[in-house]
Design a binder for this molecule. Structure first.
Ligand SMILES: [Mg+2]
Length: 220
């Protein structure tokens, strides 16, 4: 009998090469420290993760056209496309879960989301050059709602586990750790890899989505 597989992936730094958050700070704010205050407030426990991101992104004041251009420069792992195609062809559900916002993900990979039937679970956002970008958490009665980050990646993994799936999780950062703890197979890089090593969470080799694609091919 075929295994029931699901691929659940983070977006920033996992499907994309660089976090949108870091792109904004580096390329739009040029690393100016005072613009990072919301993030410092988050790190010191004063405000929630989602409010910190809103605090940072609210300082973006590009025209809509320039923002769209900026979003189009988000670099995507080139093997993501083949992986999405493979999942689609083999009826493996593909979920992208992001504690950022679906605003830039939908604008960056709109065709792929549709074509490969990828489910995107993230915070909404609204944007105007006058007020910047404001994140909007999902409804509190969503099974994946989390007060701090807006969405709970762990809840998405848990739902599929409860439904009898073998869960494959890919991520790169701290917000991925709780999901990685309970996923059946973990592809981790960067900070998530370090955190997994510390907790003795077994991980697969992961440089690019090609590693995930090869793993999936071996399961079919
Ligand atoms: Mg990430």
């Amino acid at each position: 009998m075929k295994n029931k597989l699901v691929l659940i992936s983070d977006f920033d730094g996992t499907i994309s090469k660089k976090d949108f958050f870091h792109m904004v700070i580096g390329k739009l704010f040029h690393g100016k420290q005072n613009m990072l205050k919301p993030w410092e407030d988050y790190l010191s426990g004063k405000i929630k993760h989602i409010d910190a991101l809103s605090g940072i992104f609210s300082q973006i004041n590009l025209s809509q056209e320039d923002l769209d251009k900026f979003i189009s420069t988000i670099e995507i792992d080139k093997y993501f496309y083949d992986t999405a195609q493979f999942c689609f062809n083999n009826k493996i559900p593909f979920y992208i879960c992001s504690a950022g916002t679906n605003y830039y993900i939908k604008k960056r990979i709109p065709e792929e989301l549709k074509k490969y039937n990828i489910v995107l679970i993230s915070n909404d956002a609204e944007y105007s050059p006058a007020t910047g970008m404001k994140l909007i958490a999902p409804s509190e009665d969503s099974y994946y709602y989390n007060e701090n980050t807006g969405i709970s990646k762990q809840a998405i993994v848990k739902k599929f586990k409860d439904d009898g799936f073998i869960t494959i999780y890919a991520g790169d950062g701290k917000p991925d750790l709780k999901a990685a703890r309970i996923a059946d197979i973990v592809f981790a890089k960067d900070l998530l890899l370090d955190l997994c090593k510390k907790e003795n969470i077994k991980t697969e080799h992961f440089d690019t989505f090609n590693d995930i694609l090869n793993f999936l091919k071996g399961q079919i």
